[in-house]
Ligand binder design. Structure first.
Ligand code: CO
Length: 136
């Protein structure tokens, strides 16, 4: 279960697309006083990732990466909002039934070895939404 029905899914992290991971991490460390997690490369998703507190910083690994195209189009900034669930498959089918368009019908491996899946921003008012299940 995902906590009480009233509270719904908690926010797991907010992700920001950046063109320089190390300097963005240093900036958010200065802003928040938090330390950075080790940098992780996720070639399947075309990104380098690190976390500063609840902030996920995404730097494109290649020019073809969707994050590279996002930065080209929008100049970086807020990339997605991630909600945590203990039942990612159940949530995907609930959201599909509710009419949301899924980018991932099946969860895939994300940062930290977690399972992740994305909803298409076309069906969420323009905001990319991620579901994340820790562990597995
Ligand atoms: Co994320």
């Amino acid at each position: 279960m995902n906590g009480s029905a009233l509270n719904g899914l908690p926010v797991d992290h907010i992700a920001i697309a950046v063109s320089d991971l190390e300097s963005a991490a240093a900036l958010y460390e200065r802003v928040t006083g938090a330390g950075s997690s080790p940098v992780e490369e996720l070639p399947a998703q075309g990104v380098r990732v690190c976390f500063v507190g609840a902030l996920e910083l995404l730097e494109p690994l290649t020019e073809e990466s969707t994050v590279a195209r996002f930065i080209e189009k929008k100049g970086g900034g807020l990339h997605h909002v991630a909600y945590r669930t203990d039942d990612i498959r159940g949530e995907l089918s609930r959201l599909a039934d509710a009419g949301f368009q899924l980018i991932d019908r099946e969860p895939r491996p994300g940062a930290g070895g977690h399972s992740v899946a994305f909803l298409h921003p076309k069906s969420t008012g323009g905001v990319l939404i991620e579901l994340v299940q820790h562990g597995e």
